[in-house]
Structure formats: C-alpha cells, structure tokens
Design a protein around this ligand. Structure first.
Ligand code: MG
Ligand code: MG
Length: 257
C-alpha cells in the first residue's frame, strides 16, 4: 500500500519542485555550442547549494555529479564531462534536489543551437507524451493508464519507448513506489490515489527502443546510436487533474523570480 502525502509534505515537495525547475532554467540559459557539460553541472550545483539545498544525485549509488547530462544517443544517467556541446546536439539535463527532508526531480532535453526537423519533432513529441501521461495521472485511474497514454502518443509518430527505465514515486526518498512505466495497458496496475506524488519521465528514442549500458555502469545508450529525448516532471495525483510540483515554465516562459 502506498501512503499518499499529507498537504504539509506536498508543500515541502512543491518547494523542491520549484527549486529544481529554477535550476534547470539556469542550466538552460547556458546551453550553447562551445559549452562543456561539466560547466552546466557546476552552474546547477552552485545554484542548488546557494538556495540551501543539496544536489541529491551527487553520491547517489556513487553517482559523481549533481546532474545527469545525457547527449544525443545517451538516454539517461550520463556523466558531466569535458565534452563540448555542438550545434545540432540535444542534451538531456536531469536534476534532483533534497531540501527540508524531501526530494525534487525533473529533466528537460535542450536543443543546442539549431537542430534538424526530425530531432525537433523528437523533442516536441517526447514532451507532449509526458503531458499526455500527466493527464492520465488522476485519482481512480491506474498506473497503466499513464504508460498507455505516453506510449500510444510517442509510437504514433514512429518513435519508440525505452522499457528498461521508468518513472517513480517520490517523497522523503528520491525513488519510492510505485514504478511508473512509460508503456502499458489501460486499466492495469495499481490504482492512483489522491495525494500520491510521482515522477513521470518518458525516455523516447528516434530509432530502436533497445538500449545498452556503457562500461562505466551508468550511461544508458541507444543500441543504434539514434538520438533519445527525456522529459520529467513531479506531480501530485489529484481528483480530476494532477497538480504539477515542478514546471517547465521557468525554462520556456522566462519566468522572472
Ligand atoms: Mg530525474
Ligand atoms: Mg526521476
């Protein structure tokens, strides 16, 4: 049985959601050809610590950085490095915060300069598949309704859904039950209840859905080296409509704060 969060807990998680969203916006301002992914990591870690929070990924199972930064064919869990971003790349930035005893977790895939039309489509479809999943994350639905919504949308454009990784519950721990797959069947899986806090995070590939783990034991690559996109938001399951705890508005609307 999964315990829904109290409103007090949700308020603290909302603070994390805003911080993680603002951190991604800071990173987004830096994304450009010529920038290394280590520089993006540095900006994020400084911003998180300056706000009294801790980058929750750093040291998680030995992960060496504040951000997972995954370029092009890397699906998730890439290490920040001295790789220099190039025009036409896409870079997935996944960020976690720990603040006041709770966690925030969100990811956004940025285009570097101008990207080709198929890549732009991959980004747009992956993000929209996340919103379709969120629309299904309402009390009374089941976990499979979320995955079904993500999968049917992404596959209708000829893209493929990674199966080996999934979204998750979140709270005092970054990863809690339930797992939230990005594929599935309507009406299958556990029932969603009001106050459940989950991260929905489709990982959508331009080519095959098959992936492999790099020799460093972390970075997940597409088997065919086609590009992969990843967007993630933290939400609260509610009756009628899920409530966003993190948001891309800070990135996309240049929200002033
Ligand atoms: Mg994440
Ligand atoms: Mg996550």
């Amino acid at each position: 049985m999964i315990r829904p969060k109290t409103e007090e807990e949700i308020a603290l998680m909302r603070e994390n959601g805003i911080l993680v969203s603002r951190t991604l916006a800071e990173v987004g301002k830096m994304v450009a050809p010529g920038v290394t992914t280590l520089e993006l990591n540095r900006v994020a870690e400084t911003f998180i610590r300056d706000h009294g929070a801790v980058p929750s990924f750093l040291g998680y199972d030995g992960f060496p950085a504040a951000l997972c930064i995954s370029v092009n064919d890397v699906v998730v869990h890439g290490f920040p490095s001295d790789y220099v971003l190039r025009e036409g790349d896409i870079v997935s930035v996944d960020c976690g915060t720990f603040y006041k005893g709770y966690n925030g977790d969100s990811a956004y895939t940025f285009p570097v300069g101008e990207v080709d039309a198929q890549t732009r489509k991959l980004l747009d479809v992956t993000k929209e598949s996340l919103y379709r999943g969120i629309a299904a994350a309402v009390a009374g639905n089941r976990i499979g309704d979320i995955g079904h919504a993500v999968q049917t949308y992404a596959e209708s454009f000829g893209f493929s859904v990674v199966r080996e990784l999934e979204g998750h519950g979140i709270g005092k721990n970054m990863h809690e039950n339930p797992g939230v797959p990005n594929y599935g069947r309507k009406g299958q899986g556990i029932r969603l209840i009001d106050g459940m806090t989950i991260c929905i995070e489709p990982m959508i590939n331009a080519g095959t859905r098959n992936v492999y783990l790099a020799r460093n034991g972390w970075a997940v690559h597409t088997e065919d080296h086609a590009k992969s996109a990843h967007f993630e938001l933290t939400v609260v399951v509610r009756k009628g409509q899920a409530e966003l705890l993190s948001s891309f508005d800070f990135i996309e609307n240049n929200v002033k704060f």
